[in-house]
Design a protein around this ligand. Structure first.
Ligand code: SF4
Length: 83
């Protein structure tokens, strides 16, 4: 048994990095302003994720989410409490 949890949809999208980026931007634009993290907060979170040993490319292995999508939501939290 593995300790990695990867969302099937995320796994499919991870094979298309440029599409993932545009998908993330579209999702961000669809998020109501009240639910969006400030740019500075989002970048701070992503810098933590980029150094994290539980990240595989853009996927968080703890929750199976794309790190960009988790970081963009104001009230979201890191499953390992790193941010
Ligand atoms: S959300 Fe947390 S556990 Fe996941 S990659 Fe980022 S810092 Fe690591």
């Amino acid at each position: 048994m593995t300790d990695q949890r990867i969302c099937r949809q995320c796994d499919i999208l991870s094979k298309l990095p440029e599409d993932v980026a545009s998908y993330a931007i579209k999702l961000f634009e669809l998020l109501p302003m009240a639910e969006r993290a400030e740019e500075e907060l989002m970048q701070k979170r992503l810098s933590v994720c980029k150094e994290c040993n539980r990240r595989e490319q853009s996927t968080c292995l703890e929750c199976g989410c794309y790190i960009e999508m988790r970081a963009m939501k104001k009230n979201d939290k890191c499953p390992k409490k790193k941010w």
